[in-house]
Write a protein that binds this ligand. Structure first.
Ligand code: F3S
Length: 71
């Protein structure tokens, strides 16, 4: 059982620093200077990478919501 994480990107804070994608390319992408991953689930096994990339955002634009445990 693992806890799934859902990505939340604050549209009013993301301004295209790209650090999320550079440090966690297995989780995030940036398109047109914006991280479009709001609402996506973090792939199983990539939770640590997702947290690393979120913490690297200088605007604090990314948060990760715990979705509960799945098999
Ligand atoms: Fe946006 Fe932060 Fe990534 S500003 S592009 S979420 S590093």
């Amino acid at each position: 059982m693992t806890t799934r994480l859902r990505i939340r990107v604050a549209a009013d804070l993301c301004c295209g620093h790209h650090r999320c994608m550079e440090l966690a390319p297995d989780v995030y992408e940036v398109v047109g200077g914006f991280n479009p991953m709001d609402g996506c689930l973090v792939p199983a096994g990539a939770e640590e990478s997702a947290r690393y990339g979120a913490d690297a955002c200088p605007e604090g634009a990314i948060t990760l919501d715990e979705e509960g445990e799945v098999e």
